[in-house]
Design a protein around this ligand. Sequence first.
Ligand code: TK8
Length: 352
Amino acid sequence: MKKLMTLFALSLLAFVLVACGGGDSESEGQNGENESASESEGGEKVIRAGIGLNSEHPQYKGLLKFKEIVEKETDGAIKVETYHSGQLGDDRTMTEALQLGTQEVTIPSTAPIANFVPEFSVFDIPFLFPSEEVADKVLAGDVAQGLLKKLEEKDLVGLAYWENGFRDLTNSVRPVKTIEDFEGLKIRTMENDLHLEAFKALGANPTPMAFTELFTALQQGTVDGQENPYATIYLEKFYEVQDYVSNTHHVYSPFVFLMSKQFYDGLSKEQQEIVRSAAKEAGKHQIKLNREANAKYLKNLQEEGMEYSEISDEERQKMVDAVQPVIEEFKSDIGAETVDGIMKAVEEAKAE
Ligand code: TK8
């Protein structure tokens, strides 16, 4: 009996030790090693970089380019672990993780960033940018670059603007060709009040929702539709749960390459320069791939059975007119100086 009790106690001890070892809260490196928070056993610094889009998307290809540059330029002194498809959470959760120092990089759209720095809502002004060329010039300008600086007050470092792109509407109720067609559509929007009010002004019934919940919400009919660039609509397979697509092009969404300020401040001056230039270089690569993707995937969406509706200039003007009161309403929330500054930069870029 005594032997049996000893055997039982030893087995129980072994079980407890294994259970504790398996519940290690440290992140798993891509090669399966356990990495401690932003510092590995070998003393390398570790960047845990997470995005919401899947590994097919140009945003992830851009992240892999960032990884390649940083690991090469630092001779492996900084390692980059890449995560996609919301593996580390939704945009807001990952941004908060950067503030806490439990994650080092994420690349959300500017819309959710507005919950941390309200001025970023300026990029959610509908129909602000008439083209990618104007967007490039404005985002490289003083006002947009100055907004990146503001992120530091929120324990975030904005290293570069990347591109999500012009957003287009999909839904499963009806073709949307006119402003009247928006009437009553339950549209998921990003978690941004300006987006929400703009879709109400168009006659829709909008619901803010994290991107990680969107496909299921479309599949279950919780919402009728959503709006994203064609690359996202195609690569996230929204054509499986959406019947109609329209070229509303109602907002141009930048991404911002965000780094935890806690982590950034812990880097040497040389390493800070490396991650900053890598984010910019990888951004150029991502934007090139993104434009190629957005240019070609509308055709793929039609081949997958989606019905495409072209929005005429006349109908688009009606939409521009309908959202003007919302822009006026939000001008003070965003900051008149920022709105006027970006609007001026748009006019100057158009005139070049
Ligand atoms: C992905 C999102 C997405 C955005 C949205 O994490 O939420 O619809 O356009 O790209 O950031």
